[in-house]
Design a protein around this ligand. Structure first.
Ligand code: ZN
Length: 458
């Protein structure tokens, strides 16, 4: 049976032509925006304020189950990213495919409830705990796809290539063997992932991700990117000082310098964690057209450092936000944390505002455009022809009542809670209604069962 075209009418909407009133959005049966008509009489689903729902550009879904478990000091006198990483590897000894699917569904549900329309999954947990592949090489990728079938989120799946335990090409440690593939096996995994994705709707996309300069041979970056020539390419760039030092010692250049000299980054690329860049690297990366994939909540949690957003955006750089470790999934909080990091560093206010755009407006439009690019997805704006990835705010809440335009957006980002998000659509699929995902109870029950088994005896 053919699906009917859907209509959403909003009192106000941030369209490609700016703020407009009484906007009717017409959506095709396959989930694309057919028309955007301001000054229309009400019809269809009624919303207060309609915004594009951006993509979440970076996630390792399984890490959601570790959220809050790593806040005690480890044996090192100065706890750091690396102690967190050791606990993550212990956790990995236990995860099975059913648990991964349950966790991924919970994460995707939370992303939708937080206002994200798309999950760009940087997927590197491929194999059994001892490193042997599952009978189906893409077993785990298939579980992420199954989760997306249950939640309805737009999925851009990035199979991750992870070959070495460090720049010196040491073998993978016990904690890393679930990630590893030879080049040939990785090519087969990409093909199998493509087949797994075919069970989703036409908005699902495949990309590819060389993990980092620590985990892949730099010479093979181009070949890895060429495995999915039509999709986005993501890579962890420069998150931690120790990582920068390791790359510098091995290759004579810092990671961002290395990538800029390689000439590889362009509009297809999204470089994740740009927290350790010099001013020259920041302006150089901005000029490539690559997206900087920022994860301000996780980068704060892990003490990674502060991305230079003022300089990067000032030089025309493109940004997206992701939830990475998924310790907390919130679109508004990612944007708020990014802006506050600039203020704390510089002693300023409205650090990322411009003369014609408020802080919230500039950030929101930037991550919608950059998020769509990072996902390889036709989205990021309320405009005909694009996927209907949409978010409706409830402006009757005290924090938003009576506000309009950029001030309304600023108040959503800086003042309101997650309950401001009333509805979310991904490619026209109406998945969050009244602030709750339509399958929340079942997805949450499955997640609780998975983490009970996982956490017992950790
Ligand atoms: Zn990451």
């Amino acid at each position: 049976m053919a699906k009917d075209r859907a209509k959403i009418w909003a009192k106000t909407a941030l369209t490609e032509d700016g703020w407009q009133k009484d906007v009717l959005v017409d959506i095709t049966a396959d989930g694309r925006i057919a028309g955007v008509t301001p000054d229309s009489p009400p019809g269809g689903h009624r919303a207060d304020c309609l915004l594009p729902a951006p993509a979440n550009c970076h996630s390792h879904a399984f890490q959601r189950a570790m959220a809050g478990l790593t806040e005690r000091r480890g044996p090192d006198p100065r706890d750091s990213f690396w102690t967190w990483r050791r606990l993550m590897f212990r956790f990995l000894d236990r995860l099975d495919p059913d648990q991964v699917e349950a966790i991924a569904a919970f994460v995707q549900m939370e992303m939708l409830e937080a206002g994200f329309g798309t999950n760009v999954e940087f997927h590197y947990l491929h194999h059994q705990p001892d490193g042997r592949p599952y009978a189906n090489l893409a077993e785990m990728a298939g579980r992420v796809v199954s989760a997306a079938n249950d939640t309805g989120i737009g999925l851009t799946l990035l199979p991750v290539h992870y070959e070495f335990g460090g720049c010196d090409r040491r073998p993978l440690s016990a904690g890393q063997v679930r990630f590893g593939n030879s080049e040939a096996q990785f090519a087969r995994l990409v093909d199998a992932s493509r087949r797994a994705l075919s069970s989703l709707g036409p908005d699902a996309r495949l990309g590819v991700a060389p993990h980092s300069l620590r985990a892949v041979a730099p010479q093979s970056l181009g070949a890895t990117a060429a495995l999915v020539p039509e999709g986005p390419v993501h890579m962890h760039l420069a998150e931690q000082p120790a990582e920068v030092d390791e790359v510098l010692a091995a290759y004579g250049r810092r990671p961002t310098e290395y990538m800029l000299d390689s000439g590889l980054p362009d509009g297809r690329w999204c470089l994740i964690h740009a927290t350790q860049m010099t001013p020259a690297e920041t302006t150089g990366l901005a000029a490539t057209g690559a997206v900087a994939g920022l994860c301000p909540i996780t980068e704060s949690s892990l003490g990674d450092g502060i991305f230079d957003g003022v300089r990067f955006l000032g030089h025309g750089g493109r940004i997206a936000v992701g939830s990475d470790s998924n310790i907390r999934i919130s679109l508004a909080e990612e944007l708020r944390t990014l802006e506050y990091s600039q203020r704390l560093r510089d002693g300023t206010r409205a650090a990322l505002a411009t003369p014609d755009r408020s802080t919230g407006r500039r950030l929101y439009e930037a991550v919608c455009a950059g998020g769509a690019a990072s996902a390889g997805r036709e989205g990021g704006r309320i405009a005909p022809g694009l996927w209907a990835d949409l978010l409706a705010l409830d402006t009757s809440l005290p924090d938003l009542d009576g506000l309009a335009g950029d001030t309304l957006l600023d108040s959503f980002i800086f003042a309101a809670g997650q309950d401001a998000i009333a509805d979310v659509w991904s490619a026209g699929r109406h998945l969050v209604r009244g602030g709750r995902h339509i399958a929340r109870d079942a997805i949450a029950a499955r997640y609780r069962d998975a983490i009970h088994r996982l956490r017992s005896g950790l």
